[in-house]
Ligand binder design. Structure first.
Ligand SMILES: Cc1cc2nc3c(=O)[nH]c(=O)nc-3n(C[C@H](O)[C@H](O)[C@H](O)COP(=O)(O)OP(=O)(O)OC[C@H]3O[C@@H](n4cnc5c(N)ncnc54)[C@H](O)[C@@H]3O)c2cc1C
Length: 417
């Protein structure tokens, strides 16, 4: 079924009986042309663009849990293209352009809302750094406006401007930044990939990668062996573990990132706001909850839940920036496992095994990358050539040190990289 206003009205009149599951539930076939390990945002978008852009439809996405159960359904949904360094800025710019047509492309409402994002700065030095970042964004063809304190006050009057420790000097405004509905992105890509013939196989964990004579020949799974001449590893926080199945040791640490949501409130925060002196960012969901988060937990872990010290740290930052938030009740907090690289930038590359590709290292910024990553990774898997906007995301930069892109991305300073 093609979704449209007409279908919604028709179903309303005829008792909502025509809706169907949005993707099939096939059993795995013995062999495919390509296998994608991981049914998160990046795995699903890769499968979709392999089918759409390269005509490869004999593909399986193997997901150990359920679609939307990983980070793609756990993030704080911020979408932006405000990167500074060559290598990152053209990639995220390309990804944002894909976001801008995504709902039409997938025929699925991903609720992409370009409500504007403001990164606050709190010192002269930070202002200068943001001015440079803004110039890089404009140079890339994206939008950036440097606001002084009064400029921020006009847009975000509820902030605590005169906090003695971190007074707000101004902000870098990125009008095309915003949010999207995270699980709708997963569902939209799953549906669109399925419609093009991709098999999405849930509850199918990959337990081994089969290699013969330096060439990948398939995978072992909890639902049996499956053959394929091309395999893409796209498993976010589990990247090190799955790559180890092919004998690889990745430059990746897995850390928990937590997020929080309050009870639903009347509209009060109509932008995405990020605090430049602590790792804190906030937006308001369409249901009214204030959605916010902070830094990763500083120890490696595969537990998708956080701890109290980081919660206290995030709440402190929230209260410093916008004391009004102290009146809201936090309803839920949760965590996801982040694949952190030493330079804060991702990897989209071939491996030393023929036919085996890897897409990982998105740190805490991979939601906004979902369309761009899938597009570029599909290009690499289908053609064997790096897609220009993602051409610098090579693994060997961690071997020889050349081409490192040391960029966290949100504007606040590095704590870990
Ligand atoms: C709290 C939080 C807030 C965040 N906020 C933002 C934000 O505001 N903006 C932003 O851009 N990014 C944000 N991120 C980061 C972003 O969510 C991730 O970088 C991105 O979702 C990772 O890619 P993915 O969607 O493919 O990952 P996932 O959804 O985690 O997909 C990976 C999948 O691989 C599967 N898998 C793992 N091992 C196997 C196996 N052996 N076999 C089969 N399947 C396997 C997993 O079950 C999982 O479904 C945030 C993350 C978190 C946790």
């Amino acid at each position: 079924m093609r979704y449209s206003g007409f279908e919604v009205i028709k179903e309303g009149i005829f008792g909502q009986k025509g809706w169907r599951p949005v993707w099939r539930n096939p059993d795995p076939k013995p062999a495919y042309d390509a296998i994608i390990i991981g049914g998160g945002g990046h795995g699903l978008s890769t499968a979709y663009y392999l089918a759409k852009e390269h005509g490869l439809t004999n593909i399986a996405v193997l997901e150990k849990g359920y679609i939307g159960g990983g980070n793609v359904g756990r993030n704080t949904t911020i979408v932006r293209a405000n990167y500074f360094l060559p290598g990152n800025s053209e990639f995220y710019s390309h990804s944002l352009r894909l976001w801008e047509g995504l709902a039409q492309d997938l025929n699925y409402n991903v609720m992409h809302s370009q409500r504007g994002l403001i990164n606050l700065f709190h010192s002269d030095g930070q202002r200068d750094a943001f001015a440079r970042r803004g110039n890089a964004m404009i140079n890339q063809g994206d939008d950036a406006i440097l606001l002084d304190c009064d400029g921020v006050r006009r847009i975000l009057p509820y902030l605590n401007f005169d906090n003695a420790r971190f007074p707000i000097y101004g902000g870098l405004y990125h009008p095309r930044g915003g949010t999207a509905r995270h699980d709708a992105v997963a569902w939209g890509y799953a549906r669109a990939a399925d419609q093009r013939g991709v098999d999405i196989i849930q509850n199918c964990e990959v337990t081994g990668i089969d290699i013969e004579g330096g060439q990948v020949i398939g995978v072992q799974t909890t639902r049996g062996a499956i053959r394929a001449g091309k395999v893409g590893i796209v498993v976010a926080g589990r990247s090190s573990q799955v790559a180890a199945m092919a004998g690889m040791r990745l430059p990746i640490e897995s850390h928990v990132l937590q997020a929080f949501v309050t009870e639903g409130l009347k509209p009060c925060i109509d932008h995405v706001v990020s605090f430049g002196m602590g790792h804190f960012y906030i937006s308001q969901s369409d249901k009214g909850g204030l959605v916010f988060g902070g830094d990763i937990d500083f120890y490696s872990s595969y537990a998708a839940r956080g701890n109290l010290p980081m919660q206290e740290h995030v709440m402190e930052a929230a209260m410093t920036l916008m004391p009004m938030i102290g009146q809201a009740k936090v309803l839920r907090s949760w965590g996801g496992i982040m694949d952190m690289t030493p330079d804060g930038s991702p990897i989209i590359d071939k491996t030393d095994t023929d036919g085996l590709f890897i897409d990982c290292g998105w740190c805490y910024g991979g939601f906004k990358a979902v369309p761009g990553s899938g597009f570029s990774f599909a290009h690499l898997m289908a053609t064997g050539h790096h897609h220009p906007p993602a051409a610098k995301f090579r693994l060997n930069r961690f071997r020889d040190g050349a081409g490192l892109m040391d960029e966290e991305g949100t504007g606040s300073q590095h704590n870990l990289h």
